[in-house]
Write a protein that binds this ligand. Structure first.
Ligand code: DAH
Length: 371
């Protein structure tokens, strides 16, 4: 048999190992194969006895890991001959893949058991009642607007809306508030540009309706309005409700009758309505509307400042100039209009001390309007 340098080296290594006392008796192929078989059967039994997937994994590291038993036995191949080494290497690989198979089978069944245990532990009772969910409800401003609308709808009024950004023409000009007229100072306006404003009132809805519809008309316009004003009784963003009636023959008596009916329906029976002469450019004559205080029924309290009366809005007969601007023939058609602040109506009806509570949206406040 030829004697190669490799074998010489190999023998030298063996001699050296013997001299320095490590692995002084290298194993024969047979011995190594026996040891391999033993490792295989030990590994198999510890894999199948592992009680959890993590314990199983530890066993895998012990037998098949980088520094595991199989790696160790591979190192011992150094003691074999050149012909024996590939034979043994092949065996080790076979054992390794056989053990990996056993491992993955054991792992599958352990994981399955663990999953079942976990599912049992976390068992869901779908018949249990769920957490109670709090239902929302309309904001008091929405609620009051709706209430006002429901009352006026019974008198034949129907709802209209309009844009929040209005042309100067609709917010002022067509309502008989010309440029540089002192009446423009009555409302602190937010200007968008030279020709557009955030509407300062819902009265422009009257003009849109007069332009787009044919009388007779009974309309209510509602929505947000904006004024550069803020204190305990004023908000820069608040809501108005606008009423307009256009018909063949309309008088102050019709207006008064409508508002009296509304006041009694909204605040309660028996409440009186009174008109005080006033000025609005779009009505002639104009009136400021008061009702007897719904809190003290006219006896005097802090809400009505002991006067027994409370102001709720403005009203009047539609100024012929407004009809003219909207190309409606006057006096063939005549009309009345009125405007109320929604927040103000809510404050009076519910005795709310501060108008700023409405936009704050504190749930403790809002929840009181649930019903
Ligand atoms: N637009 C007025 C304001 O915001 C309120 C008003 C007064 C409306 C008289 C009307 C009315 O329709 O006739 O101050």
């Amino acid at each position: 048999m030829p004697y190669f340098l490799h074998d010489v080296t190999h023998e030298l290594v063996r001699d050296l190992q013997r001299m320095i006392g490590i692995d002084c008796c290298p194993m024969s192929l047979k011995e190594l194969e026996e040891q391999l078989a033993q490792i295989q059967s030990e590994a198999q039994s510890s894999f199948s006895q592992a009680s959890s997937s993590s314990a199983l994994y530890d066993q895998k590291v012990f037998f098949l890991g980088k520094n595991g038993t199989l790696t160790e036995i591979m190192k011992k191949m150094a003691g074999l001959t050149k012909e024996e080494r590939p034979l043994f290497g092949k065996k080790v690989n076979e054992v390794k893949s056989a053990l990996e198979n056993v491992y993955s089978q054991c792992e599958d069944s352990l994981k399955q058991i663990e999953l079942e245990q976990q599912l049992q532990k976390e068992e869901l009772d779908l018949t249990l009642p769920s957490w109670p969910r709090e239902l929302g409800h309309p904001h008091p401003i929405h609620k009051v607007t709706e209430e006002i609308f429901q009352i006026l709808a019974r008198l034949g009024y129907s709802l209209r809306t309009g844009p929040l950004i209005e042309k100067d023409h609709y917010n002022f000009e067509a309502l008989n508030i010309p440029q540089d007229h002192p009446a423009r100072d009555m409302q602190d306006t937010f200007f968008i540009d030279g020709n557009h404003v955030l509407r300062t009132h819902t009265s422009p809805i009257q003009i849109h309706s007069l332009e787009q519809e044919t009388p007779p008309l009974r309309i209510i316009g509602t929505g947000a309005v904006f004024r550069c004003d803020s204190d305990i009784s004023h908000l820069p963003h608040f809501h108005q409700i606008e009423g307009m009636c256009v018909d063949k023959k309309v008088s102050m008596a019709d207006l008064k009758g409508t508002i009296s009916f509304f006041v009694q329906e909204f605040f309660g029976p028996g409440l009186k309505t009174r008109f005080r002469p006033s000025f609005f450019p779009f009505t002639e004559p104009s009136a400021e509307v008061d009702c007897s205080c719904p809190i003290c029924k006219g006896a005097g309290c802090s809400l009505c400042k002991n006067s027994g009366w409370i102001e709720i809005g403005g009203a009047g007969l539609i100024n012929p100039k407004v009809f003219h601007a909207a190309h409606i023939p006057y006096p063939e058609w005549q009309g009345f209009a009125f405007g109320f602040g929604v927040e103000r109506m809510a404050i009076i009806k519910y005795g709310i001390p501060d108008i700023r509570l409405f936009p704050e949206n504190d749930l403790r406040f809002l929840r009181q309007f649930k019903k």
